[in-house]
Design a protein around this ligand. Structure first.
Ligand code: ZN
Length: 69
């Protein structure tokens, strides 16, 4: 059971599934935990890039994003 639960992580940045023994944990100042699948995602997350604007992420939105103000 715990093995299955551990494998349900998704990358906080690109949204891709992270294998149980992979990924990197980022702990933010407010104590929340973010998992990233690769150094690439970690870097982009640190730079506060919007994954919806990057084609290689699962969160990419075709034709641009609509931002509510
Ligand atoms: Zn990722």
């Amino acid at each position: 059971m715990s093995k299955a639960a551990a494998s349900l992580r998704n990358c906080f940045f690109c949204g891709k599934h992270i294998p149980t023994d992979a990924g990197m944990m980022l702990i933010k100042n407010d104590g929340s935990i973010q998992w990233t699948c690769s150094p690439k995602c970690k870097k982009n997350l640190r730079l506060k890039r919007d994954p919806r604007k990057l084609k290689w992420t699962r969160k990419y939105v075709k034709g641009g994003i609509k931002v509510k103000k």
